[in-house]
Design a protein around this ligand. Structure first.
Ligand SMILES: Nc1ncnc2c1ncn2[C@@H]1O[C@H](COP(=O)(O)OP(=O)(O)OP(=O)(O)O)[C@@H](O)[C@H]1O
Ligand SMILES: CC(C)(CO)[C@@H](O)C(=O)NCCC(=O)O
Ligand SMILES: [K+]
Length: 249
């Protein structure tokens, strides 16, 4: 069994691939290293042979997690690393090592699935967009605050914006102008994300006409889904790229 981890800024997304190969036999989202290991230990019949991970966290934090995994499960851990070029995609950053590894892997996965020009949109702690041309050249991308950051900035820097998660979820059943604070904030931030998406689409059309694939990924991809009906929602796009960047032979 192979353990795969996507260590984002807020959560660790994990899944265990069975020896048969197709599909995950377990998966989840953990808020910390300790919570991750607890969830894994609780899995009946877990017998890990390998582990591969991608992290956008600090080097020391990532090493600490890798060591904890070695200690808990005795597995070798392989970490995705930056590259100038891989699987036909050329990293477009001036300094290729500065490009977030989650973005890089999602790009590798997207380009493989599209076999052509693609726009990769990821909605996590940050919202990101990356443009990959049909010849594999990465034209660059954009980074904005994602839903959790927008919402928390408003909560932190105002006195009268306060509400709980359940109210936030209810508020998103519609996107008409809010008549309560929670509706106004949740719908307003959602429309910001949708506006971001529409602007990226315009830019992609100016490069490639209609000849490109849009990918949506990340925990908040559902919030913008209706704005791009033609998009492919691929929640595990980073994992698709992770398998390409860390093949386990
Ligand atoms: N099962 C889930 N567990 C945790 N968050 C979820 C889940 N489903 C949707 N979300 C939402 O996804 C968002 C977090 O996105 P995601 O997990 O893709 O990224 P992240 O780890 O926070 O950050 P990064 O962008 O660095 O990967 C949060 O706003 C959260 O509300
Ligand atoms: C932008 C995030 C936070 C998205 O998870 C991550 O990819 C990251 O930390 N990137 C480094 C900065 C960059 O990509 O330019
Ligand atoms: K991410």
């Amino acid at each position: 069994m192979i353990l795969e981890l996507d260590c984002g800024n807020s959560f660790i997304k994990w899944r265990v691939l069975g020896s048969g190969g197709v599909g995950a036999c377990a998966e989840g989202v953990a808020g910390s290293d300790v919570a991750l290991i607890e969830s894994l230990v609780a899995l009946p019949g877990l017998s890990l042979t390998r582990c591969r991970l991608v992290s956008v966290r600090a080097q020391e934090e990532t090493s600490r997690l890798a060591e904890a995994l070695v200690e808990a499960f005795g597995v070798a851990v392989s970490c995705a690393a930056s590259a100038r070029e891989m699987a036909g995609v050329r990293n477009g950053y001036e300094d290729f090592e500065r490009l977030g590894l989650d973005r890089w892997l999602a790009m590798l996965g997207g380009f493989k699935l599209a076999s052509g020009a693609c726009l990769v949109l990821d909605f996590g702690t940050a919202a990101t967009a990356d443009f990959i041309a049909a010849d594999g050249e990465h034209l660059g991308g954009f980074i904005c605050p994602g839903m959790p950051l927008m919402r928390n900035q408003l909560r932190t820097h105002t006195r009268r914006i306060r509400y709980d998660d359940a109210a936030a979820e209810r508020a998103l059943e519609r996107l008409s102008p809010g008549r309560t604070t929670v509706e106004a904030v949740e719908r307003g931030c959602t429309l910001m994300l949708r506006g971001f998406v529409l602007t990226q689409l315009e830019q992609a059309r100016s490069y490639w006409g209609d000849d490109f694939t849009v990918f949506l990924t990340g925990g908040d991809a559902d919030l913008v889904r209706n704005a791009v009906p033609q998009a492919r929602l691929v929640p595990d796009l980073v994992f698709v790229g992770l398998a390409m960047a860390c093949p386990l032979s």
